[in-house]
Design a protein. Structure first.
Length: 115
């Protein structure tokens, strides 16, 4: 779904359960923030949630933040990203995803959440 994305945060990838947040733009120029959950245990379930901020709302965010539209994924990384030397657990990644969703709303934009 994301044309070209960048990882904002990822839990320790040597764990049995991994959470990842990626942001970027889709082919319709919507800003997409995706939380992915992978469970490598036997019988584990994988799933993902995507917050889709349509182009108009992404422009609202960009104006609020005084940055170009194309810079929004980098802004999210700068505000919420963690260095790869930090080891996060999946529950911390879920918390960061919630923080990002609240940040979108605080910028005056709306999103649609899809599973």
């Amino acid at each position: 779904m994301i044309r070209s994305g960048s990882i904002i945060v990822e839990s320790g990838n040597d764990l049995e359960i991994v959470g990842t947040i990626v942001s970027g733009f889709d082919y319709l120029n919507n800003l997409v923030v995706e939380y992915g959950f992978e469970d490598y245990r036997i019988g584990g379930k994988d799933y993902s949630y995507s917050a889709i901020i349509d182009e108009d709302d992404a422009k609202v965010m960009a104006r609020h933040l005084k940055v170009p539209l194309s810079s929004l994924p980098q802004v999210l990384y700068d505000k919420f990203g963690c260095s790869f030397s930090e080891i996060l657990v999946p529950s911390e990644v879920v918390g960061i995803f919630g923080d990002i969703l609240n940040f979108v709303l605080d910028c005056g934009a709306k999103y649609k959440l899809k599973r």
